[in-house]
Ligand binder design. Structure first.
Ligand code: NAD
Ligand code: UDP
Length: 318
């Protein structure tokens, strides 16, 4: 099959591309490199079945593909809040452009939505029926409401135009290739511990998240795309940890001497988050297989290699 991955040079997108390429598909990666990097897809650049196009999805594009995985959008709060109007445009105009493309060429379209559509949830754990508690005018809204509109658009194209859609609600995902300056909690803690800096815990660290390793997530996305169910389907790891527990786990694994530094909790930071993955289990026969400790180990190794690598030995390793 010929498959388009928007946001393919990013963290999840590049892991997805690895799987699609290994499975023998022709892959087109579309990315404006805002938070993505050529380094993530470097090994495919000369492959005859791979093509990378620098393109901003807020502008239309014409391509011929069978499936579209639509991932393009900055995912870390510091990056999506840096230019919130651009984030909204990416989610709304960008998704509209990609849905228009899918409709014209009759491609199946998978939207990478998010647990943020549940906002600061009043229901725990979150199942797909829960409609969420989102602040429409807060600092996270450009992303949360943007993704909610993206879901609306996908379902309207499905109902009105018969487009085949798949909607994944992705919960916190981590792993190798996250940016050093990504700003999300796992990468921050690992990089801080490796550099012997204090781990920055926001608030008192009692808020919770559930962390899914990127390999598991990619498997879930591919099952959703190739299965029969439109979704929305939650994809995430239901093992829930407080942020303080995560900090302590990273401390223990990387640097027991690293200190904790408590910082103010950002506005609208969700108190608790854990996916109910009953639907994914029943409909996709999917559940995560990589426990936090194992995933952290792989993430730590990846960051260790990258932080130790000078431009010279990086070039030598290619
Ligand atoms: P990422 O920031 O690493 O990847 C996003 C990619 O999209 C980057 O390569 C970036 O350059 C590209 N991009 C951004 N705006 C673009 C635009 N206007 N045009 C073209 N390309 C653009 O983030 P990620 O963690 O890989 O997330 C991928 C997708 O998964 C996002 O849609 C995100 O909302 C969703 N998601 C991720 C998580 C997570 O925990 N990682 C959780 C929920 C949802
Ligand atoms: N967080 C933290 N220290 C950091 C980065 C994040 O304590 O250096 C907290 C953040 O306040 C939130 C949780 O970790 O409660 C997850 O944050 P992240 O940005 O990774 O994802 P999201 O809030 O979008 O789930």
């Amino acid at each position: 099959m010929r498959i388009l991955v928007t946001g393919g040079a990013g963290f999840i997108g590049s892991h997805l591309i690895d799987r699609l390429m290994v499975d023998g598909h022709e892959v087109i990666c579309l990315d404006n490199f805002y938070t993505g990097s050529k380094r993530n897809i470097l090994k495919w650049l000369d492959h005859p079945y791979f093509e990378c196009i620098r393109h901003d999805i807020t502008e239309p594009i014409r391509l011929e593909v069978d499936q579209i995985y639509h991932l393009a959008c900055p995912a870390s709060p510091i990056h999506y809040q840096f230019n919130p109007v651009k984030t909204i445009k990416t989610n709304v105009l960008g998704t509209l452009n990609m849905l228009g493309l899918a409709k014209r060429i009759k491609a199946r379209f998978l939207l990478a939505s998010t647990s943020e559509v549940y906002g600061d949830p009043e229901v725990h754990p979150q199942s797909e029926d829960y409609r969420g508690n989102v602040n429409p005018i807060g600092i996270r809204s450009c992303y949360d409401e943007g993704k909610r509109v993206a879901e609306t658009l996908a379902f309207d194209y499905h109902r009105q135009g018969g487009l085949e859609i798949r909607v994944a609600r992705i919960f916190n995902t981590y792993g190798s290739r996250m940016l050093e300056n990504d700003g999300r909690v796992v990468s921050n803690f690992v990089v801080q511990a490796l550099r012997n800096n204090a781990l920055t815990v926001y608030g008192d660290g009692s808020q919770t998240r559930s962390f899914c390793y990127v390999y598991d997530l990619v498997e879930g996305l591919m099952r959703l795309m190739n299965g029969e169910h439109t979704g929305p389907i939650n994809l995430g790891n239901p093992d829930e940890y407080t942020i303080l527990e995560l900090a302590e786990a990273v401390q223990k694994m990387v640097n027991p001497d690293a200190k904790l530094s408590f910082k103010p909790l950002p506005e609208d930071d969700p108190r608790r988050r854990r996916p109910d993955i009953t639907r994914a289990k029943n409909l996709l026969d999917w559940q995560p297989t990589i426990p936090l400790e194992e995933g952290l180990k792989m993430t730590i190794e990846d960051f260790r290699d990258r932080l130790n690598s000078t431009p010279e030995n990086h070039m030598a390793s290619l």
